[in-house]
Write a protein that binds this ligand. Structure first.
Ligand SMILES: Cc1cc2nc3c(=O)[nH]c(=O)nc-3n(C[C@H](O)[C@H](O)[C@H](O)COP(=O)(O)OP(=O)(O)OC[C@H]3O[C@@H](n4cnc5c(N)ncnc54)[C@H](O)[C@@H]3O)c2cc1C
Length: 434
């Protein structure tokens, strides 16, 4: 049996879930979202007890564009009888486990989602797409790819991947036993910091040595200052999209710590632990190694010898470890199921897909059908692309485009910062909005 829908989604992480939650307000729009997992889960392999969100709970699935939508975080609190308790707790940031529970609660209320239904192939035809998934075939006028990012593993570590050298993405599912081991954590972002904390807490047993290797010049904080937060606004994304690609590359590098730094609370907790260990001389021998680039991972008996290059004094160093935990981030990758579309995609000089302002993948030929992508356009839309901050706004932009009308008022927000040059005719203006 072939089903027909207006919009089909591949993957149900938070980003496509947001589109599904907003589409729930539009009964005339027929949608279906396919997820390979048996049930909704948000990065379960990294869901450490007590780890907190790096973004406000107001940056939920819907609120930014539809505050009365029943799938908001505030409604989740009210329906669970925790509204006043939540306020009383005055938590600076929501626990990730609570936000994951909220996302799962929304997923459980949406009839458009199909779990345990992996998309295996996606083909285009004039005016639509055919989706071959685990439970059958579906035809859709438009599709939205929301399969997330994949682990980034340094080239020099790839040949060593195995039970003792692995990417952290599924660390909690591994049943690790690190008792008595020498452990090297590679990567100086939030995940690296959280894994360090877990090792120090003895989550996987007491280790004897713990090294933290980071390419960054220091263990650096997330920049959450007010003007940096304006990089996560629709206005900035729209300006960014219009820039020349080399200018965008330069800005992406400059903006790194706005989206990819360590939360201040995590840094403080880690520093307290290192300092306490220095006083008490208890616990594992800890070595903090910033400004080091991992350049080699050689097998030594059951363990490894890591080669690191010290960018500070330009020296080569060696770190010995029984376990190597790679906290080296995630990278964008088009899902293999869309291989039949690859030849149609317009790519930039580095082979990356070109994405329209409306999040549509630019294709050489199309006949009204559109393929959108979420979390796959950092190079064209900026650092906000892989964060929750503009998730609801982006979902609304996509849904407006699918509907061909302004269902959500996505341009309502007025920029406080004037990003673009002031139009020459009007030197005075009471608004910064172009
Ligand atoms: C540990 C962690 C914490 C984070 N915390 C924050 C935060 O506090 N604030 C913030 O702004 N951002 C945060 N992020 C960044 C970002 O918000 C998340 O990575 C978010 O999960 C991205 O959502 P997504 O829907 O793009 O991808 P994912 O959550 O990765 O979901 C993609 C889904 O697609 C499914 N899938 C893949 N291929 C197929 C297929 N062929 N068929 C069917 N299904 C498929 C996968 O099973 C998966 O469920 C965090 C990231 C991590 C890793």
């Amino acid at each position: 049996m072939i089903n027909e829908v207006d919009l089909a989604g591949v993957g149900v992480g938070p980003f496509n879930l947001s589109i599904a939650a907003l589409a729930d307000e539009i009964p005339e729009l027929h949608t279906r979202f396919f997820e390979r997992r048996e049930r909704f889960a948000w990065h379960p392999g990294l869901m450490f007890r007590g780890s907190r969100m790096q973004t406000s709970f107001l940056k939920d699935l819907v609120t930014a564009v539809s505050p009365t939508n029943r799938h908001s975080f505030v409604n989740y609190l009210v329906e669970h009888g925790r509204f006043h308790a939540f306020l009383a707790a005055e938590g600076a940031a929501v626990e990730r486990r609570e936000f994951a529970d909220y996302l799962g609660w929304v997923a459980g209320r949406l009839r458009s989602l199909r779990f345990a239904d992996e998309v295996r192939e996606l083909r285009s035809f004039a005016g639509g797409f055919e989706i071959i998934h685990a439970s059958g075939r579906t035809r859709a006028r438009h599709v939205v790819l929301g399969t997330g990012r994949v682990p980034a593993v340094p080239e020099c570590a790839r040949a060593r991947l195995g039970p003792r050298c692995f990417h952290a993405i599924d660390i909690l599912a591994r049943g690790l036993d690190l008792r008595g081991a020498r452990v090297a954590v590679v990567g100086g972002g939030q995940t690296g910091a959280e894994v360090m904390l877990e090792v120090l807490r003895g989550t996987w047993g007491e280790v004897t040595e713990l090294s933290w290797v980071s390419r960054r010049p220091n263990f650096e904080p997330l920049d959450e200052s007010p003007f940096t937060n304006h990089l996560f606004t629709p206005g900035f994304v729209s300006v960014f999209h219009e820039l020349a690609s080399e200018h965008r590359e330069h800005l992406l590098a400059r903006h790194k710590l706005a989206g990819d730094g360590i939360s201040a609370s995590t840094l403080h907790e880690l520093h307290d632990r290192f300092y306490e260990a220095a006083i008490t001389r208890a616990g594992p021998r800890v070595e903090l190694l910033p400004a080091r680039e991992l350049v080699g991972v050689d097998a030594r008996g059951a363990g490894f010898e890591l080669g690191v290059h010290n960018h500070l004094d330009d020296q080569h160093e060696r770190v010995d470890a029984d376990y190597v935990i790679l906290c080296t981030g995630l990278r964008e990758q088009l899902p293999p199921c869309i291989e039949p579309l690859f030849a149609e995609l317009e790519l930039d000089e580095r082979g990356r897909p070109q994405v329209e302002r409306s999040f549509e993948l630019r294709r050489r030929r199309r006949d009204g059908e559109r393929a959108y992508i979420v979390n796959g356009a950092r190079t064209t839309h900026g650092i906000a692309e892989s964060q929750l901050s503009l998730m609801a706004w982006r979902s609304a932009v996509i849904l407006n485009d699918v509907l061909g009308r302004r269902r959500f008022a996505v341009e309502r927000e007025r920029d406080l910062v004037r990003w673009r040059a002031r139009p020459s005719a009007s030197t005075k203006s009471d608004s910064c909005v172009d």
